[in-house]
Design a binder for this molecule. Structure first.
Ligand code: PMP
Length: 367
C-alpha cells in the first residue's frame, strides 16, 4: 500500500493515476500536440519587455478581470472567427483545462452529469471526476465522427447538465459539422437547460471554419480555445472561452481571485501582438499534417482524416508494441488507448521525416 492509499482521500480518487503523457528525453517528441517551433527572437524580446513592465507592479495583485487580455482575445476571435465579440463575452484562465474546470465547477458538480463522445480528450472525463460531476461516455461511429442518432438518443436518455463536443477532436482529428452542434444543442436544451461546450483547442489547424458564429442566439453554448497549440505557447498556460456574457459572469463565481498572474497576462498579450508570425507557422504545420496523412497512407496505414496538428494512424494488433518500437528509433508518439490506433503530432519537416523513417523500419519488421 502506498502512502497515497493510506490517505483519507475521496473514494473516487482511490487507485487512480495522474493524467499525463510520458515526458521522455528523446530526440523527436511528437506525443503532446505541441507546436514544434520555438518562439521567434523578436517575440521573446517583446515578452521580456512586457514582463519587465509587469514585474515592477508584482507587489500588487494582477487585474482580476484580465480586461486588457480579454479585449485582445475578443479582437482576435472577432477577426478570425467571423463573429463579433466584446470582452464581456470572453474569459481567460491558466490553459483551457482550467477554463473547462471552471465551467464544470459552475455548471456541473455533485448530483449533476456531463456527457462526452469517446474516444475524445480524456481530460473532459477527468475534470468531471475532479469536480464531482458524473461522467457519461457516449460512443462515436466507426469512422470516429459523431453519430447524430446515437448522440440525440444519449441526450434524451441521460438529460445531462453539460455536453462536451470537441472539434477538431483529440485524438482522432475529426472536425464537426455545424449542423451536428446545432442538433445536439437543440436536443440538450429540449431535455433540460444545459451547457454545451465545443472544445476548439485545435481549430486554427482545421480545413473548416470555427464554430464561433453558432454562438448567435445560443446562450448556453460555449466555445473553448487555447494558446497552447496554434500560438505555440503551451508553456504559457493560457486558455480562453467565448460565450454569452452571462456564462462569463457564472465562471467568475467559481474562479479563484487573481487566478491569472500578471506575468501570464503580459506574456499572452505579447504573443497576441505576434499573431501574424505565429499563425504563419500554422500554415506550415497544416502542410506537414497533410504530408503525414499522405505518407502514412502510402505506407499502408489506416489514417483518420485530420483537421488538427496531429494524425491518428493504425491499425495495429498491438499498438503499444508498435509505440515502443517507434520509441526505439528515438521518436515518441502517443498511445491514447484507442483500440488499434496511435497518434502522432505534426512536427518540423525534419522531425516528421525521422518519424516516417522509423515507421518504415517498424512496418518492415512487423510484416
Ligand atoms: N482541449 C483539448 C482537446 C486538448 O487536446 C488540450 C491539450 N492537449 C486541451 C484542451 C488543454 O490544453 P491547454 O490546457 O494547454 O489549453
Amino acid at each position: 500500500m502506498s502512502d497515497l492509499d493510506r490517505l483519507p482521500i475521496r473514494a473516487e480518487l482511490r487507485g487512480q493515476s495522474p493524467y499525463g503523457a510520458p515526458q521522455l528525453d528523446v530526440p523527436v517528441r511528437l506525443n503532446t500536440n505541441e507546436n514544434p517551433y520555438p518562439l521567434p527572437a523578436a517575440l521573446v524580446a517583446r515578452i521580456a519587455e512586457r514582463v519587465a513592465a509587469a514585474a515592477r507592479d508584482l507587489n500588487r495583485y494582477p487585474d482580476r478581470d484580465a480586461v486588457e487580455l480579454r479585449t485582445a482575445l475578443a479582437d482576435y476571435l472577432s477577426r478570425t472567427g467571423d463573429y463579433p465579440l466584446g470582452p464581456e463575452r470572453v474569459w481567460a484562465a491558466n490553459g483551457s483545462n482550467e477554463v473547462l474546470q471552471q465551467l464544470l465547477q459552475a455548471f456541473g458538480g455533485p448530483g449533476r452529469t456531463a456527457l462526452g463522445f469517446d474516444p475524445s480528450y480524456s481530460m473532459h472525463a477527468l475534470i468531471a471526476r475532479g469536480t464531482g460531476t458524473g461522467w457519461i461516455s457516449g460512443a462515436r461511429g466507426a469512422d470516429y465522427t459523431i453519430d447524430l442518432d446515437e448522440a440525440l438518443a444519449r441526450i434524451a436518455e441521460h438529460r445531462p447538465n453539460v455536453v462536451f463536443l470537441c472539434s477538431p477532436n483529440n485524438p482522432t482529428g475529426t472536425a464537426l459539422a455545424g449542423e451536428v452542434v446545432e442538433r445536439v444543442y437543440d436536443a440538450a436544451q429540449a431535455a433540460r437547460p444545459s451547457l454545451v461546450i465545443v472544445d476548439e483547442a485545435y481549430v486554427e489547424f482545421a480545413h473548416t471554419a470555427s464554430l464561433l458564429p453558432l454562438l448567435e442566439g445560443r446562450p448556453h453554448l460555449v466555445v473553448s480555445r487555447t494558446m497552447s497549440k496554434a500560438f505555440g505557447a503551451a508553456g504559457l498556460r493560457l486558455g480562453y472561452l467565448a460565450a454569452d456574457a452571462a456564462v462569463v459572469d457564472a465562471v467568475q463565481l467559481v474562479r479563484l481571485p487573481y487566478h491569472l498572474s500578471a506575468v501570464n497576462q503580459a506574456t499572452a498579450l505579447a504573443c497576441l501582438e505576434f499573431e501574424d508570425t505565429l499563425l504563419g507557422y500554422v500554415r506550415e504545420l497544416k502542410e506537414q499534417r497533410d504530408r503525414l496523412v499522405g505518407e502514412l497512407r502510402a505506407l499502408g496505414c489506416e489514417v483518420t482524416d485530420s483537421d488538427a496538428n496531429f494524425v491518428q494512424f493504425g491499425r495495429f494488433e498491438d499498438p503499444h508494441a508498435i509505440w515502443a518500437e517507434i520509441l526505439e528509433h528515438g521518436v515518441l508518439v502517443r498511445d491514447n488507448g484507442v483500440p488499434g490506433m496511435l497518434r502522432v503530432t505534426a512536427g518540423t519537416d525534419a522531425e516528421n521525416t525521422a518519424f516516417l523513417d522509423a515507421m518504415r523500419h517498424v512496418l518492415k519488421s512487423a510484416r
